[in-house]
Write a protein that binds this ligand. Structure first.
Ligand code: PGA
Length: 233
């Protein structure tokens, strides 16, 4: 049976890419791969209205209250989001989200009927010191027995840098991550400088179930190439 791929387009704090709502938009999910876009909060609703599959870049597990600037996961679900990123490294860095905060987000997402994309990954120093597995194990600790989430392995040093680990290295790291998870069928995505040129190499690996794409997801033709790579598998 063909593997079911997942490709996320993380548009970060950018406006929607050109042609996002065209009839032949590469962001429309046609089954396999499952394509989910992660627009800025301001663009969530118009993407939902255009029938894209939509996830939020962050959300809070509390239902309402005094959290200036935040959006409740319950509200995301009500508006039609299906997924939510939890613990993206840019949230860990700029919003000081901790592993404990992120574990609450993962639980909160599931409770509200959203699929959490739980992001983990080592930084350059940690990789250089040979601490990758230790770091990933620590980040995973509170969520290792969770069912129903997707994991995105995103080495921080590979995000937006054009540098990537080899598909083989990613595959080995995914196998390590999977060994720590209770649900061995959890989808594990790779993220970090995925492009139309390198996606096929990643997707060919048994352990890699798809990609979370940042920069290249803002270029429709580049993104179309990534989707085509998954379709060919
Ligand atoms: P990138 O971003 O593809 O630009 O490296 C990936 C991400 O941050 O999810």
């Amino acid at each position: 049976m063909a593997k079911k791929f997942f490709i996320g387009a993380n548009w970060k704090m950018n406006t929607v890419p050109l042609g996002w709502d065209a009839a032949d938009s590469p962001y429309i999910s046609t089954g396999n791969p499952n394509i989910v876009v992660f627009p800025s909060s301001l663009d969530l609703c118009r993407c939902i209205e255009k029938k894209l599959s939509v996830g939020a870049q962050c959300g809070r597990p509390e239902t309402a209250g005094a959290f200036t600037g935040d959006i409740a996961m319950q509200e995301l679900k009500k508006r039609g989001c299906t997924h939510v990123l939890c613990g993206h490294s840019e949230r860990r860095q700029h919003h000081h989200e901790t592993d404990a905060d992120i574990a609450l987000q993962v639980q909160g997402a599931l409770k509200n009927g959203l699929i959490p994309i739980f992001c983990i990954g080592e930084n350059a120093d940690q990789r250089e010191m040979g601490e990758t597995e230790e770091v990933l194990a620590e980040q995973l600790l509170r969520c290792a027995s969770v069912k129903g989430m997707i994991i995105a392995y995103e080495p921080v040093w590979a995000i937006g840098t054009g540098k990537t680990p080899t598909p083989k290295e990613v595959s080995e790291t995914h196998a390590f991550i999977r060994s720590l998870l209770k649900d061995k069928k959890t989808q594990i995505l790779y993220g970090g400088s995925v492009t139309g040129n390198n996606a096929a190499g990643f997707f060919a690996e048994e352990e890699i179930d798809g990609a979370l794409v940042g920069g290249a997801s803002l270029k429709p033709e580049e993104f179309r190439k990534i989707v085509a790579c998954a379709k060919k598998m």
